[in-house]
Ligand binder design. Sequence first.
Ligand code: LMR
Length: 331
Amino acid sequence: MLKLLCKALACTLAFITLGTATAADPIVIRFSHVVGEQTPKGQGALLFKKLVEERLPGKVKVEVYPNSTLFGDDKEMEALLLGDVQIIARSLAKFEQYTKTVQLFDLPFLFQDIAAVDRFQTSPEGQKLLRAMERNNIKGLAYWHNGMKQLSANRPLRKPEDARGLTFRVQTSAVLEEQFKAVDAKAQQMIFSVVYQGLVTGVINATENPYSNFYNQKLHEVQKYVTETNHGVLDYMLITTSDFWNGLPPDVRSELDKIVIEVTADVNNQADRLNEQDKQRVLAAKTTEIITLTPEERNAWRDKMKPVWAKFEKAIGPDLVKAAEASNQAQ
Ligand code: LMR
């Protein structure tokens, strides 16, 4: 009898504790990323936090960890899947381990500008890719722009031959490795947080990134030339896990869905402006010359790099590549 009473009491206590915990403790969303706070992604994470805490006060708390302070890009996926963080906005170049389809975005000279990228991402084919990793418990919430990539080095890169023998730092992407091999350069995969150091020590001597990442990582201090090639895109997929998102109370989830839409629109509107602002900052620093190419010069890079598509098209899906190419035509 006493035993039974004790059991009942323990049960009641456990129930009370659980009840109190859910009522009093907000759901915590840890949002970890690897770039500076002034970049499109950095600003998006802060706006997400602001809107969530305004609209779901006491219910959801967002902790933002920028600049690889919590996890670098080598650890953030594992952290997400283990539940150590709940949201990340990972470069589209860093998913090949989970799906080959997203490699599409790395194909050099596929999109003529960020407007074309946007048209593709909002198309049915682009939206379908957000679900490409659901079997891995990875749920794509949205695409966030950073922008078109430029090349940098300590020698002027005007012709593809100028890149010969350089070692370019690349994200974890086989497509990007091949892209640089196509111009007789080497490619070295490296996490984002050590790129500056890599340039200082000479492990690498060239890079590719949009202006916002270039400037916010202070790469202008260690690279004398940027060539404005706009040869590819560096954008993000905002992701969470299906387990976490589906486990949220429905009212919270539907408010978060609305906020994601709002923040995405803001990030994608601001991204161009932030990149242009950082281009001006690079110029103002007077450390780095920006080389612009004539259409003929740019075509020479395209002619060297585009054959890389043939190696990946089958795995990505030829129809998907066609749909992305079609997005270059404005409707
Ligand atoms: C990089 O590694 O260059 C980028 O993916 C970093 C980022 O998240 O923008």
